[in-house]
Design a protein around this ligand. Sequence first.
Ligand code: 2IT
Length: 441
Amino acid sequence: MSEMQHVIQRDPHEPEFHQAVKEVVDSIRPVLEKNPQYRRLGILERIVEPERVIMFRVPWVDDQGQVRVNRGYRVQMSSAIGPYKGGLRFHPSVKLSILKFLAFEQVFKNALTSLPMGGGKGGADFDPKGKSDNEVMRFCQSFMLELFRHVGPDTDVPAGDIGVGAREIGYLFGMYKKLRNEFTGVLTGKSLNWGGSLIRPEATGYGAAYFLEEMLATRSETIAGKTVAISGYGNVGTYVTEKINELGGKVVTIADERGYVHDPDGIRGEKLQFMSSLWTVHRRPAKDYADAFDCEWVPDRRPWEVPCDIAIPTAMENELDGSHAEALVKNGCRAVLEVANMPCTPEAVHLFQEHGVLFAPGKAANAGGVSVSGLEMSQNSMRLNWPKEEVDRRLKGIMKNIHKMCKETAEQYGSPGNYVVGANIAGFVKVVDSMIDQGVV
Ligand code: 2IT
């Protein structure tokens, strides 16, 4: 039986997890051929099985006094190279398949950062939309009332993801501290006053732009003068836009599940200011931007039909499919950067590669966020704070190194320019070598 059939048969209802595993397994075939001992060592069987999955009830009381119940999770996928590390997602779509795919991706992403972090992911099917601040606080407190037993600064260090930002991290941290009577770096993405790192909010977006610069340079191109389409307008979308502006590019779209905004003049200045708080502070729909600045709102469509040089999905898994990829290729798009996790379907990725579009997979392009989380852990351990320039300089160094590793590994394994193969093999080899060093555990 093939590895994939085995994974599918074990968990037939986990399509997102299968998708993430298949991409890695397809990439690493040449490594498996060179290392026949991996089969006896059960390497593939081990990496697709989480070290531990915790699933728990999260009861809380809403503002009307009604008791509500959500389902909480933490998937501790791999501790081969460090404590489990990865975000928490609060979103109604959260289920085991989604968190297993995210945790699996996180293992290889974290390995690429060169920092000592294993991989994990967690969250709940809680929808923060329309909830009051007090409801969010009570939910976070209830979530941590169970999670605290399973995490710790040397065990598992969660952070934010979709629906979990500085506010939620604060409520989670407060409850952890009270339960343990310890002030430790158990979470990253903390506020600056109590252990957070400068540049953490900016890190995913800035890091992606640094990676993009490197990738374009392989074709003697730069970001200057390029038109860019993006989707999400949360933390990641905001700071990717800020850095692209700084580097001379122009971002012309933002989107949500109801449609997209097209602003051909570019999102900058006062408009960028507006965008930066639209979701993260006000939790408002993207259409508000079109209304505020009198630009085009295209309902029920995705932004990938807007002509652009560079497309950057920054929202959700599988938000960019084969038909979107066709439109992008037809309109002359030259580079696609996954700044969300697995936003492009396999068909879309295949189309980009077939047409010579530069394609950066999420585990490489969006690794800036978790990298600065790793730097936040280092600062917490040393009980000091690095200045902004220091963190940014390290982030840039890490992203350049990830790019170099992906590029060189792809070349070494006979797939020059294929960043998917490069990222998967480079991450896989590091994790697997560490597992072998540590024996069968
Ligand atoms: O997908 C990701 O890399 C994150 N949500 C950030 C994880 C982290 O631990 O900072």
